[in-house]
Write a protein that binds this ligand. Structure first.
Ligand SMILES: Nc1nc2c(ncn2[C@@H]2O[C@H](COP(=O)(O)OP(=O)(O)OP(=O)(O)O)[C@@H](O)[C@H]2O)c(=O)[nH]1
Length: 393
C-alpha cells in the first residue's frame, strides 16, 4: 500500500506538471519577447528573431504535448508516466539552455547594466520555475540548472566586475531558492500522499460499512436475507407497486413436520436441511427483484414484484414440486406416502393500485399457508381464492 501511494503521488505530481504546462507555454514567448525587446538595441535583429521563433515553436510543441497528455491521461499505464515526465523535463532543459544561449550570445559583456540584468533575469526565471514546478524537485532542476549554470560561468569568466556581482547574486539567491524548494517540495509530496492515504482509508471504511450492512441484513444460518430486511423491503415494494400500477405477490412457505425431522435426525442435520432448502429456493427465485428471506425458524418468505396472481401461484407450485422432487429423506414425516421433505405454501397478490399495509399482506399469505397446512400440507393455497373476509385480513 505504501508503494502504491508513492506511485500515485508520483502520478499526481506529473499531472500537476502537465496542468501547469499550458501556462508555461504561454509565459515563455512573452518573457522571450521582453528579453528580445531589451536586447534589440545591442543584438543582431535577424538572429534575435530566429531565437524568439525557436522559443515560440517550443511553446507550441509544449502546448501540443499538454493537449495530448490531457486527452490520453486515463489510458496511460502507470509505468509509462515516467516517460511523460522525462519528455516534460527535456522541454525544460532545452528552454533553459535557450535562455542561457541568449545571455551568452546576445548580451554585450562590456555594458555593466546588461551584465547585471542577466543576473536579474536568471533569478526571476528560476524563482518562477520553483513556484510552478516545486512539486517535482527534478523537474524544477531541469530548467534551473541549464539556465543558471552556463549563465553564471559566462558572467564569472567574461563579465568583469559587474559579472562577478551578478554571479554572486545568482549564487546567493540560488542558495535561498533551492533550500526553499526542498521544503516546498517535501510539503507538496506530503500533502498529496496524505490525500491518497485519506482517500484509501475512506474507501476501506466504505467497504467495511458495506460488509457490516450486508451482515446485518443476512440470516446467519442460510445466508438469505433476514426478517428485518424482508419487512423493510416489503414496505418499499408495496409503495413501488402502487406507484408503478403493478402487481406484487408474496409467498410464505413452511417446511412440513420439521419438528419430527429435528427429533429424528438431530438439530445439526435440521440446520443443514434448512440450508439446503434455502439453496433450492435461491436457485429457482432468480428473477431480478425477487427477494427470498428466512422469515422464522423453518419458514421462508419470497417477494415477487410485478408478478400477478396466476404467475405467483404457478411459481409457488413449481417450488413445492421442486423441493418434493429433491427427495430429502424424512422418514418420520407424517406424509407417509413420501417420507421426504416437503413444503406448504401460502400465496397472495396485491393487484395494481390497491393499498394494503405490509402487515396485512403478510397476514393474508399466512392465512393461506395455514390453510395449506390444514388441508394436508405439501400444497399451495392462494389467499384470494379462499373464502376469507378480505377486509379483515
Ligand atoms: N434445526 C433447526 N430447527 C429449527 C430451526 N428453527 C426452527 N426449528 C425447528 O422447527 C420446528 C418447527 O416445528 P413446528 O412449528 O411444530 O412445525 P412442524 O413440525 O414443521 O409442523 P408443521 O409446520 O405443522 O408441518 C421446531 O422443532 C423448531 O425447533 C433452526 O434454525 N434449525
Amino acid at each position: 500500500m505504501k508503494e502504491s501511494i508513492a506511485r500515485l503521488t508520483q502520478i499526481e505530481v506529473i499531472d500537476l506538471l502537465y496542468k501547469q504546462s499550458w501556462r508555461v507555454a504561454i509565459a515563455h514567448p512573452i518573457s522571450g519577447l521582453i528579453l528580445a525587446t531589451w536586447l534589440m538595441p545591442v543584438a543582431d535583429s535577424h538572429t534575435l528573431f530566429t531565437w524568439l521563433s525557436t522559443v515560440v515553436l517550443l511553446s507550441v510543441l509544449r502546448l501540443t504535448l499538454f493537449f495530448i497528455y490531457t486527452k490520453k491521461r486515463d489510458a496511460i499505464q502507470s509505468e509509462q508516466f515516467k516517460y511523460w515526465k522525462y519528455t516534460w523535463m527535456a522541454f525544460s532543459v532545452v528552454v533553459g539552455l535557450l535562455y542561457a544561449l541568449a545571455f551568452i550570445y546576445f548580451v554585450p559583456m562590456d555594458k555593466p547594466e546588461y551584465v547585471m540584468s542577466i543576473g536579474l533575469f536568471v533569478v526571476i526565471l528560476s524563482a518562477v520555475a520553483c513556484i510552478g514546478f516545486g512539486a517535482s524537485y527534478l523537474s524544477t532542476l531541469s530548467f534551473y540548472v541549464p539556465i543558471t549554470v552556463p549563465s553564471s560561468v559566462h558572467l564569472l569568466v567574461s563579465g568583469g566586475q559587474a559579472g562577478l556581482i551578478a554571479f554572486l547574486s545568482i549564487l546567493f539567491f540560488s542558495g535561498i531558492v533551492l533550500s526553499l524548494l526542498r521544503n516546498v517540495n517535501a510539503a507538496f509530496k506530503k500533502s498529496i500522499s496524505l490525500n491518497f492515504q485519506y482517500g484509501h482509508e475512506i474507501e476501506k471504511r466504505k467497504i467495511v460499512e458495506h460488509q457490516l450492512q450486508e451482515i446485518s441484513r443476512r440470516d446467519g444460518l442460510t445466508g438469505l436475507f433476514n426478517r428485518r430486511y424482508f419487512d423493510e423491503i416489503l414496505t418499499t415494494e408495496i409503495g413501488r407497486a402502487f406507484r408503478n400500477h403493478s402487481n406484487l405477490s408474496l409467498i410464505l412457505l413452511d417446511v412440513d413436520h420439521f419438528k419430527e425431522y429435528n427429533d429424528h435426525y438431530g438439530h445439526v442435520a435440521g440446520d443443514n436441511c434448512l440450508i439446503e432448502i434455502a439453496q433450492h429456493l435461491s436457485h429457482l427465485a432468480q428473477r431480478k427483484g425477487d427477494l427470498i428471506a428466512r422469515y422464522g425458524g423453518e419458514e421462508f418468505a419470497i417477494i415477487l414484484p410485478n408478478i400477478d396472481a396466476q404467475g405467483a401461484f404457478s411459481f409457488a407450485e413449481k417450488l413445492q414440486l421442486y423441493i418434493q422432487e429433491k427427495r430429502i429423506p424424512h422418514v418420520t414425516s407424517k406424509l407417509t406416502y413420501l417420507r421426504s421433505i416437503t413444503i406448504s405454501l401460502g400465496v397472495t397478490t396485491l393487484p395494481p393500485l390497491s393499498k394494503l399495509s405490509a402487515e396485512k399482506l403478510i397476514t393474508r399469505a399466512d392465512k393461506a399457508l395455514y390453510e395449506a397446512k390444514r388441508q394436508g400440507r405439501n400444497r399451495v393455497k392462494y389467499y384470494e381464492s379462499l373464502n376469507f373476509d378480505q377486509d379483515t385480513a
